[in-house]
Every structure is written in structure tokens, then in C-alpha cells.
Design a protein around this ligand. Structure first.
Ligand code: NAD
Ligand code: GLY
Length: 360
């Protein structure tokens, strides 16, 4: 079974990837120290995979589960509190382990619960969407949304292990699969030109969920993410490249209302806008821009923002971005395919002109 490692000294952890690895008897054994665990999932994933995970945890003497409502709109403090209620009611101590079974919403919330319950307990990520398998389950960003901004309340807190069963993607709806492809494409654009070329060549088969190619793609994405996180865990600088397209994307998600545009869809349109701005700076050629937009579209993702969204909507929400420092917005832009930069020194007038065009 392929296994990668996120190298963070004493907090290093494995990412195990394989088809049907949730059928492996001891898959959790070495990652759980204590005799208690709480599996947290949602109402969509529970009927599909909760029994399978519970069956692998039969060696845990105190095993509980909690099923949360499904949706980005529930990624908030009120629903997070249900996890604390459950942990306290069932008397879980500091030695318990939380298991996040679901997509990025569950992973982010359970990670944050683990970071803060009794000042920190262990947790394991079992991501079940493509997006969470290639991105959100790795790297320790956890948290919830606030009505005024995406992921505004949270913590960096690393899991003990990430268990990726590629077979569970077979039940993922097409729209969610496409949303996950946004993050896959992101890695090619920001970090790995060869991977970008490979995605162009194999996109049709990947969209048809060829498991062999999909597993290759997931492994490459996780390897890139592990490298980037190991170099800058707390996003002091270089990790910010992983937010390529997200500054525009988060503005779309908030403006549209959480869950109306999927995170990956908003990132798809956001990456298209970031590519356009990179081109406007002369940092991408016309051919590179065309290829970038074509790749996003070939994953059935939008390459333009929602029709009703105006320039001032972007301005308002982009000003709240976590990458604003000393009053200056930092953007992630491309200097060629496969090479991202984090910069506050972009041409402001080019951004304004891009956003103003939305008003015409
Ligand atoms: P999600 O968690 O809402 O899952 C999408 C949908 O798929 C849900 O309805 C879910 O119940 C369903 N689902 C999950 N697995 C399934 C399966 N195997 N079969 C059928 N249905 C399944 O969304 P997501 O796209 O996984 O994650 C988006 C979230 O991740 C956002 O909140 C975003 O902010 C966050 N995120 C976090 C990071 C990070 O680094 N922490 C990175 C990227 C995104
Ligand atoms: N998804 C962005 C990050 O993990 O940094």
C-alpha cells in the first residue's frame, strides 16, 4: 500500500493510500493510542461507510459515533459544539481519538474539535471526497466558517494519520467529483508543470474515474501538499501558494451563500481569474492562459464568476481575506504554468480593471 509522510519532526504522520484499504483489518490499530474513540461523520456518509469504519475499530473498548447534518452551511460554531457535547456526555478523556469520516467539512470541523477539546486530543482523517483526499485532510488546517468569512475561526493542528481509500470515491456525485478536480488542477498550475501536462493528457479518463490514474493523481497531489506543508507548516509564506484561486473563490462562496457554489467550483472560477490576472501582468503567455482555462473547463468547472456578482462584491470579501497583511492584499499568481508566487506587489490597477469589467 503506498504511503507518504508529512515530515514535521515529532508531529510527522503517514498518508496511506489504497483501493479498499478500509477493508484492511488493522488499518487504524497503530494510529490509536488509547482505548476510546469517537467517529464523527455526516448523514450522507454514515449510511455508506460508518459500519465499515466501525468494523475496523472493534479493538477499541469505548467506541462512539456522532452523525452531523450534511453541508457547508453547517460548518459553524453551533454544529461544532455538538461534537463537544457528545465528547463530554460520553466522558471522553484527553487520551481519546477523534476520527473524521467525510469530506472537507467534516475533516475541518473534527480537526478543530480535536485541537480544542481539553486543549488537544488525537485525530485521524478518513477523507471520502476527492477534494478532501487531495487537499483538506493533509496539512492540519482546521476550522469553521463565520457568516462574515470562510474558515475565519480555526487552528493549525495536524492529524496522527490520513487514511485514503480511493474506492469510496465510487459513490461521490459527479458535481462533487468535479469540485475535487479543481484542487487537483491547482497542484499542476502552482507547482508541477509535468503534472499539468499529464492532467491535460489524461483528463477524460480521470473524469471517467479510471481508478489507476486517479490513484496516481491523488498520490502526486498528496506528495506535493506534504512537501509544501513541511516547508512552511504555519503559512508564514510559501504555503500560501496552496490558496491559488481561493481569494477570488472564497469571495464567490460567501457572496453566493455557503453551499450554493461548491468550494471546488468557486476555486475553479477563482483560478481562472487568477490566471487571467497573471496574463494581464505578462506573466502567462496567451497559449498558457488558453491551456489553463481549457483544463479547468475540461473538469466541468466554471471559468467565470457567477453572472450576478459585481466587482464591488469581490472587493468587499477579498478585503477580509486571511492573506491581507499590513492592510495589503497578497495574491497568488502564476509566473508560467507550474510556478506560483505570493505577492502584494501586483499592479493594483490591473486587479481593479479586472473586477470593474464584471460591472459592464
Ligand atoms: P463536503 O465535505 O461538503 O463533501 C461534499 C459532499 O459529498 C457532501 O454532501 C458529503 O456528505 C458528500 N460525500 C462525502 N463523501 C462521499 C462519498 N464517498 N460518497 C458520496 N457522498 C459523499 O465538501 P468537500 O468538497 O469535501 O470539502 C469542502 C470543504 O473543505 C470546505 O469547507 C473547504 O473550506 C474545506 N477545505 C479545507 C482545506 C484545508 O486545508 N483544511 C482545503 C480545501 C478545502
Ligand atoms: N488548502 C490550503 C492549505 O492547506 O494551505
Amino acid at each position: 500500500m503506498p504511503c507518504l509522510t508529512v515530515q514535521l519532526e515529532d508531529r510527522s504522520y503517514p498518508i496511506e493510500v489504497g483501493s479498499a484499504i478500509l477493508e484492511t483489518t488493522n488499518i487504524f490499530a497503530e494510529h490509536i493510542r488509547a482505548s476510546s474513540a469517537l467517529v464523527v461523520t455526516n448523514s450522507t456518509v454514515a449510511p455508506l461507510y460508518l459500519k465499515r469504519v466501525n468494523d475496523r475499530l472493534q479493538h477499541i473498548s469505548k467506541l462512539d459515533h456522532l452523525i452531523l447534518p450534511d453541508g457547508e452551511c453547517y460548518k459553524n460554531l453551533e454544529i461544532l459544539n455538538l461534537i463537544f457535547d457528545k465528547l463530554l456526555a460520553d466522558r471522553h478523556g484527553r487520551d481519546t481519538t477523534l476520527i473524521a469520516l467525510g469530506g472537507g467539512v467534516i475533516g475541518d470541523m473534527v480537526g478543530f474539535a480535536a485541537a480544542s477539546y481539553q486543549r488537544g486530543v488525537d485525530f485521524i482523517q478518513v477523507p471520502t471526497t476527492l477534494l478532501s483526499q487531495v487537499d483538506s485532510s493533509v496539512g492540519g488546517k482546521t476550522g469553521v466558517n463565520h457568516p462574515m468569512g470562510k474558515n475565519m475561526i480555526g487552528a493549525f493542528y495536524q492529524p496522527k494519520a490520513v487514511i485514503i481509500d480511493t474506492q469510496v470515491l465510487s459513490t461521490l456525485p459527479d458535481r462533487e467529483f468535479a469540485a475535487g478536480m479543481a484542487e487537483v488542477i491547482k497542484y499542476g498550475m502552482i507547482y508541477d508543470r509535468v503534472f499539468f501536462d499529464w492532467l491535460e493528457e489524461h483528463m477524460a479518463e480521470i473524469m471517467a474515474r479510471n481508478e489507476h490514474l486517479l490513484t496516481k493523481a491523488i498520490l502526486r497531489c498528496c506528495a506535493i501538499k506534504a512537501e509544501v506543508v513541511a516547508a512552511d507548516e504555519l503559512e508564514n509564506n510559501s504555503r500560501a501558494i496552496l490558496n491559488f484561486g481561493h481569494t477570488y473563490g472564497h469571495a464567490i462562496e460567501v457572496a453566493q451563500g455557503y453551499g450554493n457554489w461548491l468550494h471546488g467550483e468557486a476555486v475553479g472560477a477563482g483560478m481562472a481569474m487568477a490566471c487571467q490576472l497573471s496574463y494581464d501582468h505578462g506573466w502567462l503567455s496567451q497559449m498558457e492562459l488558453t491551456r489553463a482555462l481549457r483544463l479547468i473547463a475540461s473538469a466541468n468547472l466554471p471559468v467565470a464568476p457567477p453572472s450576478g456578482m459585481r466587482g464591488e462584491d469581490f472587493m468587499r470579501y477579498m478585503a477580509l481575506d486571511k492573506k491581507v497583511s499590513a492592510g495589503k492584499l497578497n495574491l497568488i499568481l502564476l509566473k508560467g504554468l507550474g510556478a506560483a508566487i505570493v505577492t502584494a506587489n501586483f499592479e493594483q490597477h490591473l486587479l481593479l480593471s479586472q473586477l470593474n469589467q464584471l460591472n459592464t
